[in-house]
Design a binder for this molecule. Structure first.
Ligand SMILES: [Zn+2]
Length: 112
């Protein structure tokens, strides 16, 4: 199930940035990779979130993935390049808040 916080922020950001990116739950995600953007279907998949994740952490996750969608649509970008980081800042990510997750995800799957 996707939290109302994530759903609201997803809709707000899609409206603000002119995206039609989908949002769906993927029960296979959630242990190490909490969310991911899939360019092939222009959809953000959200896994089961840890119970102790607060509103700020949830907002950061959806903003992180929206930044990937934006980078993909604008530049065919699919990484965490400086260009992506600049977009992420515009979208409102807090790079420091995601860095721990980023490193964990990279170590396991090489992407997020
Ligand atoms: Zn990422």
């Amino acid at each position: 199930m996707i939290s109302a916080t994530i759903k609201r922020e997803h809709k707000r950001l899609c409206d603000d940035w002119g995206l039609q990116t989908g949002l769906q739950y993927n029960g296979r995600l959630g242990r190490l990779v909490l969310a991911r953007y899939r360019p092939s279907i222009d959809t953000i998949e959200i896994g089961q979130m840890p119970d102790d994740y607060g509103r700020d952490a949830l907002l950061d996750i959806i903003r992180h993935e929206i930044s990937h969608a934006l980078d993909w649509h604008r530049n065919n970008g699919a990484d965490h390049s400086p260009r992506w980081r600049a977009l992420a800042r515009l979208v409102g990510c807090h790079p420091r808040a995601t860095s721990t997750m980023e490193q964990r995800v990279k170590a396991v799957q090489g992407q997020c």
